[in-house]
Every structure is written in C-alpha cells, then in structure tokens.
Design a protein around this ligand. Structure first.
Ligand SMILES: Nc1ncnc2c1ncn2[C@@H]1O[C@H](COP(=O)(O)OP(=O)(O)OP(=O)(O)O)[C@@H](O)[C@H]1O
Ligand SMILES: [Mg+2]
Length: 550
C-alpha cells in the first residue's frame, strides 16, 4: 500500500520537472529518462496494488470464514430456548447474508481504505511542498467533504440495518412457507402468501433504492466541492504564475496532485458506505457470537456414569420465560431403575416440559432432578446426554440416507450395527423395499416415509444409541393398528432393562408400563399401576374411558 501510494505522489511530483525542464527549458537529454521514470512509476504502482490486494483479501477472507465458523459453532451451543425465539430462516440469513455483507466490506473496504488514505496523505504532503497557501485552499474542501461522508455513512448504515433485518424476516417466512407447503395448498393460501412475501420483497426493493440514492449522492456533492477548490486554485495560482512567483510546472504539479487526491477521496466516501453496511452486519453477527448459553456445565461438574439409574423429580417447578404461569408446579415422582414409567395427562399438562428437564434442555426453576442420586446440574452435560436416548414427539428425520439417519444415534456405528438396530425397530423390512435400500435419501423431514415408518427409524436410532435412559414422547397422531403393533413390539425391545420415561397417548403403552404418573395442569394428581388407577375413579380412569390420547 505504501509503495503504490508513494508512486501516485511521485507521479504528481514528476509533472514539475517534465513541464519546467523538458517543455519550458527544452532539455532534450531529459526526455527519455523522464518518460522511463513515468513508465516505472506506473509499473510499480500496478504491481504493488496487485500484491497488496491479494494479501489483504487473503487475510480478510480468512477472518470472515473464521467468523462464520464461530457463529455456527455458537449457534450449536446455545440453549433450546434461543431456537424457539429465533426462526430458523432468520438464523440462516445471519449466517449467509450478514456474513456476506461483512465479506464485501472486508475485501472492498479494508484494502481500499488503507491505500486511499495513504495516497491522500502523500498527495497532501506534495501539495504542501509545492505551495502552502495553495495547499490550504485545496484542503479547505476536506472538512465539509469529510462531514458529509460521515453523515452519509450513518444514514447508509441505518438503511442497511433495515435491509438486513427485512432479508432475515423474508428468509424466515419463506422457510416456514416451504416447510408448511402442504398446509398452504390445502387451505388455498397461495395468494395470501404471495401478497405477504410480495410486501417484504417490495420493501427490500425500496430500501435498496434508498441506499442507492444516498450512496450516489456523494458524487454530485463531491464534484461541486472539487469545482470550488479548483476555481480557487486557478484564480490564486494563475496570478502567482503570471507574476512570476511560481513556475508553470509547480502549479501544474500541484493541480495534478490535487486532482489525483480527489480520486482516493471519492473512493473513501464510497468505501465508507460499504464499510458501514458491513459494520451493521458485524454488529448483529457479533451480537450472536457474544451470546452465552445459560445452561452450561458447573465448575467442577463430574462425568455421570450409571447403568439403568433411578431418576427422581424432587418438588420440581418450571415456567417458560418469566411472567408466565407455571408449566410445572411442585412435581415430585420417581422413575424406578430399569423400569418403564408412563406419564399421562391432558394436552398441555406439562408432560413434554417434564421430560425436557432430564437432558437439561431447560433447567428447573425450583426443586431438582436427580439421576442416580446426583443433581443433573452437577454432572457434565456431555456425559448426561450420552446416557439418554430420545424419541421426541416431533420426529426429526434429516434429508440424508436411512443409514445416516439411524447412524445419527451413535457416531462411528458400523453398517452391521445400524442394520441390527433397524431390525430390532422393525425398520429393516421397509427400508430394504426402498429404491436404494439403506442408501435411499429420505427428503427433508423424511417426507418420503409414512408417519409410522418415520417413528420406527427414530426408534432404531435410539436403539443404536444403547443408552441406559430412554425418553420417549409418543407421537399423538393416530396409527393403524398394524403399525401400532409393530412399533409397540420394537419399543418394548428398546425399553428392556433401561430406565424409561414414556409420555403415553396410547392405551397399549400404559398397560405395559410398570408405573403410571398422571399430570394435570402442571401437578401430579395420581400415581400407581394401571389396575389401581383404572379402578380409582380419578382423572386416569376418565381418560382411559375416553380412550386416552391426551
Ligand atoms: N417453548 C415454550 N415456551 C413457552 N411455553 C411453552 C413452551 N412449550 C410449552 N409451553 C407451555 O407449557 C405448557 C405445558 O406444555 P407441554 O408441552 O409440556 O404439554 P404436554 O403435556 O406435553 O402436551 P401434549 O400432550 O399436547 O404434548 C403448555 O401450557 C404450553 O403452552
Ligand atoms: Mg407434549
């Protein structure tokens, strides 16, 4: 950068001997050396510009790549609550579009700003060397120009922030529309969604137009300021040359330096705009990176090591957020070691909430959860979760092969182990019937499978994990009796010898449980075996009469 800035200044300085010695004094011997000097100056300028651009870009891009990696890594560490508050599409936009704005700022601005600034400084030095008064006239336009650039930068940063926000919103709503495309079509909401997305797209267009108008405003304003300064230079400098105080070469050299200084000045104004956009993006990206997960290992947390441990809920309370009602209110119960405990209760009674507290997806707000006699908050999260196999209510199938989907249960599982788990979960037969067997891709959310097949893949995954604790949130959707039986059989194999908590919606599940806990409005209302509770005439008996579900 130094070399290329110095070369620009050297060229302005060279104008003086070219004009005074060669043109005015007619020194023929200097023609070729001067011409060669000009060539060398341009060659050096070009080469050094190339080198510094490549170097700065390499550094800049590496930094941005690191930031992208850090951002993703931070996302993965954040609490579940964060993901419930931020639509996934918006997070994708942060990863892609904000980081990209930073990339543009880094590659264009950081390289350009350094060089333009240095060039400007060198040219100003040349101007002062030539004539102090002239230099003062010339740089008189810098303060108003700088103020203007700063004002413009702030304005652009504000608009850019809105643009990135709108893009994130658009990306968020598009993701939801595509995921719910079946609903959109079934309810004939295509036009509604078209109009809604259209509004955001339109407002993005308007904001871009605004930013374009603002950033290009720098051209007319700077041109006018330049005109004023040149006018002053010609009036004052012309008089100096006419009265013989200054040579024509000196004035021309000055005007060249001044004209050359206009280019970096203009570049600085433009680059500042890009930089402001990038800074706005950086603010949001670092805002995310600086977020700390709340659920973390305590200092001195030890590893958990237990097979088929007893799990105890001791006077557990929990509420989502701060001012809302309690989802769990002083709940106490025990899950006996190696046995199956069923959790039943009406919808919204807090079953899923209670289950979420075992792997610390959330932390209790009161009381404690103990595994093998130890508070879950006193053991490392990694070891805690390694003890748990989870089949959640909303089954997650990744857009990947059957093999990879089942293999998600345990890193490094062999093909034989994966297929064995599939056989246990009654998923082997239908998998083999798929067009490419275990190598068939299942589509986003496993759209290429039936509901029951998805469940069996999820059970195979949990089976492969071979963990001492099984958490099972039964899907509420009805299954035909044949696949219900297939799933029931595979679940029994999964639960054997493991401490199992199953949120039951099916009668067949509760009948097989060793113990039943009935929740209602965040409180335990009944506990016992199926036979006792059926005769008890309480909530369980009423739910059973209605065919359970919940
Ligand atoms: N992420 C969340 N943020 C805020 N409130 C929540 C959240 N998840 C659940 N709730 C609330 O907590 C209460 C208990 O919900 P929970 O999911 O535990 O019910 P459930 O018993 O599993 O119901 P279902 O049988 O329908 O699955 C409900 O009132 C629900 O509105
Ligand atoms: Mg639930």
């Amino acid at each position: 950068m130094l070399v290329s800035a110095a070369m620009t200044a050297a060229f302005a300085k060279l104008i003086e001997p070219v004009l005074d010695e060669v043109l005015v004094n007619k020194r023929a011997d200097l023609i070729v050396p001067m011409a060669t000097a000009v060539f060398v100056i341009f060659l050096l300028n070009g080469t050094s510009t190339y080198i510094h651009s490549v170097m700065m870009n390499t550094v800049g891009q590496s930094v941005v790549t690191d930031i992208q990696r850090d951002l993703f890594s931070r996302f993965l560490d954040l609490d579940l609550e964060f993901f419930h508050d931020n639509p996934s599409g918006q997070l994708v936009a942060r990863m892609i579009s904000d980081v990209n704005a930073m990339r543009v700022a880094v590659s264009d601005s950081i390289t350009g700003i350094g060089k333009s600034f240095l060039t400007l400084v060198f040219l100003i030095v040349i101007m002062f060397m030539q004539d102090t008064t002239l230099a003062l006239i010339a740089i008189g336009i810098f303060p108003p120009a700088a103020l203007f650039v700063a004002w413009l930068g702030r304005r652009i940063r504000r608009i850019a922030r809105n643009i990135q926000g709108e893009i994130a919103a658009l990306s968020g709503s598009l993701t939801q529309i595509f995921q719910g495309i079946r609903q959109v079509k079934a309810y004939g909401m295509e036009d509604y969604e078209r109009a809604r997305a259209g509004l955001t797209i339109d407002s993005i267009k308007k904001l871009f137009f605004k930013i374009f108008k603002s950033s290009n405003l720098s051209t007319p304003v700077n041109e006018a300021l330049l005109g004023i300064a040149l006018m002053g230079l010609i009036i004052y400098g012309g008089r100096q040359v006419v009265s013989g105080v200054m040579t024509a070469g000196e004035l021309m050299s000055f005007i060249t330096a001044f004209s050359l200084s206009y280019e970096p000045l203009k570049r600085l104004a433009k680059l500042n705009n890009n930089l402001q956009t990038g800074l706005g993006a950086a603010e949001r990206v670092f805002g995310m990176i600086d977020r700390q997960p709340e659920i973390i290992d305590r200092v001195g947390a030890a590893g958990l090591c237990a097979d088929a441990p007893e799990i105890v809920f001791e006077n557990v309370s929990f509420s989502y957020g701060h001012d809302e009602g309690r989802a769990l209110d002083g709940v106490s119960f025990t899950l006996p070691a190696g046995k199956v405990t069923a959790l039943v209760g009406p919808s919204g009674s807090g079953k899923t909430t209670a289950m979420n507290l075992v792997p610390r997806f959330y932390d209790v707000t009161g009381g404690r959860v103990l595994i093998a006699g130890r508070d879950v908050r006193d053991v490392t999260m990694k070891s805690l979760r390694a003890h748990i196999a989870l089949v959640s209510q909303d089954i997650t199938i990744f857009d990947d092969t059957v093999r990879a989907n089942i293999g998600y249960g345990r890193e490094g599982a062999s093909d034989a182990e994966i297929e064995e788990a599939a056989r246990f979960a009654a998923a082997d037969e239908f998998t083999r019937a798929l067009p490419r067997g275990y190598d068939t891709r299942l589509g986003e959310h496993g759209v290429k499978l039936s509901g029951g097949q998805r469940q069996r893949i999820a059970i195979a995954r949990a089976m492969l994990r071979n963990a001492p604790i099984v958490l099972l949130d039964e899907a509420t959707s009805a299954l035909d009796s044949e696949s219900e039986m297939a799933i029931q059989a595979s679940l029994e194999k999964l639960q054997k010898g493991r401490t199992t908590l199953v949120i039951a919606h099916r009668l067949s599940t509760v009948r097989n449980a060793d113990k039943i806990i009935v929740l209602d409005k965040g409180r335990v209302v009944e506990t016992g075996g199926h036979a006792d509770l059926s005769d008890g005439g309480g909530l369980y008996a009423r739910m059973q009469a209605a065919g359970l579900r919940g």
